[in-house]
Design a protein around this ligand. Structure first.
Ligand SMILES: [Zn+2]
Ligand SMILES: [Zn+2]
Length: 327
């Protein structure tokens, strides 16, 4: 038997995975390179933050049992973020900003100005941790509220491109969530959680992995394997029934369609699963009986060509991101 999923799948580092993508799909080289730079920044954030959870006490098992992700309650506080979260977000942004400038040189001037403001020791709303807290609050999910400052409001006041603030705030928060997921991951009962969203942060799946193991309903080891989803926000992994739509729970095989690219030998292992009922899709890579070296965090970019095919047919991604929101 293979070792744990993480041992099996994380054998490739980001740079090796990038070289493989560039070799197979030269047209994706630029986007994959930018994506890889930001993934490495997320790994660097993990090293920079203390190895403790944001949660002061672990959530009760009943939280997961009721279908709530472990961080659900905590993430409701984003509009008025707790000090520890602001500190970690601020520290993450300092690591992320230079990486963004490398990934997107055209935005480098605005990114550098934002970095100076975040580094400023002042206590004003547009300096240092005050600005970090304002950015977090601005990207908090929730009702439209006329009194609430938006990213665009802050961008106009600071004379910065809104995309720079959106990207920095989002990437920094995702880096903090990815770090948090490492702390909280062991609390997830993988035998019990079977939802279409992440047990840690509630994010949707950006890619699925099929690996050896039996399905809940099967007595024998099934050749088709178990489906594990990868969270688009915090990189957590969780199991999901192989033949169900994670978006609408449809289980009718006649409503599901599989899409493959047919341009190289490995295409067979890579599929997009389309649901005709809700018109969404997810992509998977099949690792059953294989020894391919992959990097989980780079898989969404490795499978991006399948997202293009699915979107050309009118299907939407289960976890939309700036990378797969194609025009
Ligand atoms: Zn997550
Ligand atoms: Zn569906």
């Amino acid at each position: 038997m293979r070792q744990t999923l993480k041992h099996q799948e994380r054998l490739f580092d980001v740079d090796e995975a990038l070289e493989e993508i560039k070799g197979r799909r030269p047209a994706m080289a630029d986007i994959a390179t930018s994506f890889a730079i930001l993934q490495k920044a997320r790994l660097a954030v993990r090293e920079a933050l203390p190895a403790t959870s944001l949660l002061e006490s672990p959530p009760a098992a009943a939280v997961l049992a009721s279908g709530l992700p472990l961080l659900a309650e905590y993430l409701n506080t984003l509009a008025q973020p707790p000090v520890t979260l602001v500190e970690r977000f601020h520290a993450a942004a300092k690591v992320i900003l230079p990486a963004e400038a490398q990934a997107f040189p055209k935005l480098a001037a605005d990114l550098a100005r934002l970095a100076v403001l975040l580094d400023s020791p002042g206590a004003g709303p547009d300096q240092g941790s005050g600005l970090a807290a304002a950015l977090l609050a601005a990207i908090a999910p929730g009702e439209e509220d006329a009194a609430r400052q938006t990213v665009e409001d802050i961008a106009a006041r600071l004379h910065l491109a809104p995309v720079v603030l959106h990207m920095t705030a989002t990437e920094s928060l995702l880096a903090v969530l990815t770090h948090e997921s490492e702390q909280l991951g062991p609390l997830v009962d993988q035998e019990a959680w079977r939802r279409g969203y992440c047990p840690v942060c509630g994010g949707g799946p950006d890619v699925g992995i099929l690996k050896e193991g039996k399905e809940d309903s099967e007595f024998l080891i099934a050749k088709a394997g178990q489906l594990w989803f990868h969270c688009s926000q915090c990189a957590a992994l969780w199991r999901f029934p192989r033949l169900r739509c994670a978006s609408c729970d449809c289980e009718d095989p006649s409503r599901m369609e599989i899409l493959m690219a047919e341009d190289d030998a490995r295409s067979e292992q890579e599929q997009a699963h389309l649901c005709q009922d809700c018109k969404t899709y997810y992509t998977t890579v099949n690792l059953v009986d294989r020894t391919d070296r992959v990097n989980l965090e780079m898989l969404p970019i490795r499978l991006l060509h399948l997202e293009v095919l699915a979107q050309e047919r009118g299907f939407a991604p289960m976890a939309p991101s700036p990378w797969n929101t194609l025009t």
